[in-house]
Design a protein. Structure first.
Length: 53
């Protein structure tokens, strides 16, 4: 990868980490896809496969 692409990936990764941490502080679950299945990471760290909403 080029230096530019690597820099953009680092910037994007930091932005995602910041948004995830903000969600935790606000009590909002983070949503991920694992093995083709949607899962939610609750603010207390638990991972569930049923929507908490």
């Amino acid at each position: 990868m080029t230096d530019f692409a690597n820099k953009m990936i680092r910037i994007a990764n930091r932005a995602v980490q910041k948004a995830q941490e903000e969600n935790r502080r606000k009590g909002i679950p983070n949503v991920y896809e694992l093995d083709g299945k949607t899962v939610w990471q609750l603010p207390d760290g638990r991972i569930v496969d049923k929507s908490p909403f």
